[in-house]
Design a protein around this ligand. Structure first.
Ligand SMILES: Cc1cc2nc3c(=O)[nH]c(=O)nc-3n(C[C@H](O)[C@H](O)[C@H](O)COP(=O)(O)OP(=O)(O)OC[C@H]3O[C@@H](n4cnc5c(N)ncnc54)[C@H](O)[C@@H]3O)c2cc1C
Length: 327
């Protein structure tokens, strides 16, 4: 998360209703919400997030279920130019996971996705900080964007892409660098063909089908997919604005450093590089089983050390601290 998210004023709690629930992948849903009444509507900028509160039934170690209110932060995944908001919620902790200390489930997403349905009313607070990781993009100060997303991190890029669709500003450029372990949870990926949409039940990449379509409509959008655990990757379709590569960003297949931004980006001297995802993706930080933090290198360090990007041309939004052995 950006450093400046604190604000003394407690944000107002709104009530919005779920009007659509769409399955994105095997473990992720996108919800469309509309305000319960005109007074519940609020303005927001590209890159802002809301905190959801939901009453969820979750298991305890004894096998019972307990109902309690739980909260989590979610980046707004739809453009401020639209009438509704969309939130994409990915399950990180597995259903049934019991916290060994509290002896209860402390997950949110798996239960939200299971229990929340169309028509339900949800309480949400807009994070009021004006200094979030895309605030310069929202203000129109940065227009040449290289957005780096981990497997869970492309929500604000979707917000920006929808905004680009609506505003048709030819001066705005986006290259989405999108890292996932694999395209599908099925083991046999020999049939992968990027010209075909992938069935969502087994899909592992959030917005995959949508991105293939939207790239065709927006000349100033390019998507560079990388797959870190895939033997087979989709074949190039001939569309130069959809690129598939294997392995980690900034690493060639022979283990030497790759200047990934220089290779696939636009005019890197002016590019602004927001990075969004887990701590491991952003800066190589993970929590070890003994509770200690291990600090490594992630996209931010690679941008600075390999590409020579100035730190002020980067920013970050951390979704969660990666636990070693958890995923
Ligand atoms: C500003 C901000 C914006 C965010 N926006 C989004 C968004 O748009 N969409 C989204 O999906 N998420 C977003 N998140 C993250 C979100 O709040 C939740 O953390 C996420 O949905 C996962 O929820 P969960 O209930 O599955 O896991 P949580 O209870 O939130 O826990 C996540 C933690 O679980 C750990 N974990 C993973 N697997 C295991 C395992 N097997 N055993 C134990 N621990 C495990 C992970 O390492 C991580 O530290 C955002 C977070 C922040 C701070």
């Amino acid at each position: 998360m950006s450093e400046n998210h604190s604000e003394s004023r407690s944000p107002h709690e709104y009530e919005w209703q779920i009007i659509e629930k769409v399955r994105e992948t095997h473990d992720t849903y996108t919800y469309s919400l509309k305000p319960n009444s005109a007074s519940e509507r609020f303005n927001f900028g590209i890159g802002q997030f809301v905190t959801l509160s939901a009453l969820l039934k979750r298991p305890t170690a004894s096998g019972d279920f307990e109902e309690s209110v739980a909260n989590r932060a979610y980046s707004i995944a739809s453009s401020p130019t639209r009438d509704y908001i969309e939130l994409t919620i990915k399950e990180e902790k597995p259903y049934g996971y019991i916290n060994p200390v509290t002896k209860k489930s402390d997950a949110f997403a798996a239960y939200f996705n299971q229990q929340v349905k169309i028509g339900d009313k949800i309480k949400l607070k807009l994070n009021p900080s004006k200094e979030h990781f895309l605030s310069k993009v929202d203000a129109g100060i940065e227009k040449n964007i290289a957005y780096w997303s981990g497997a869970n991190g492309a929500q604000s890029a979707r917000c920006l892409i929808q905004f680009m669709e609506d505003k048709k500003d030819s001066g705005q450029d986006l290259v989405l660098f999108y890292s996932n372990t694999k395209l599908s949870i099925e083991s046999d990926n020999s049939q992968i063909n990027n010209t075909e949409h992938h069935p969502v039940e087994s899909l592992n990449v959030i917005y995959y089908n949508w991105l293939l379509d939207v790239v065709k409509k927006l000349e100033n959008l390019k998507v560079v997919f990388t797959f870190t655990r895939e033997q087979e990757i989709p074949t190039a379709s001939g569309d130069s604005r959809i690129i598939f590569r294997k392995g980690r960003f900034f690493l060639n297949s022979d283990g030497s450093p790759e200047r990934t931004l220089t290779k696939y980006g636009n005019n890197i001297e002016t590019s602004f590089n927001p990075v969004c995802g887990s701590s491991a993706f952003i800066n190589g930080t993970v929590r070890l089983p003994d509770g200690k933090l291990s600090k490594g290198k992630g996209i931010l360090q690679n941008l600075i050390e390999i590409e020579g990007i100035r730190p002020e041309k980067t920013d970050k939004e951390q979704f969660y601290l990666q636990q070693v052995g958890a995923n």
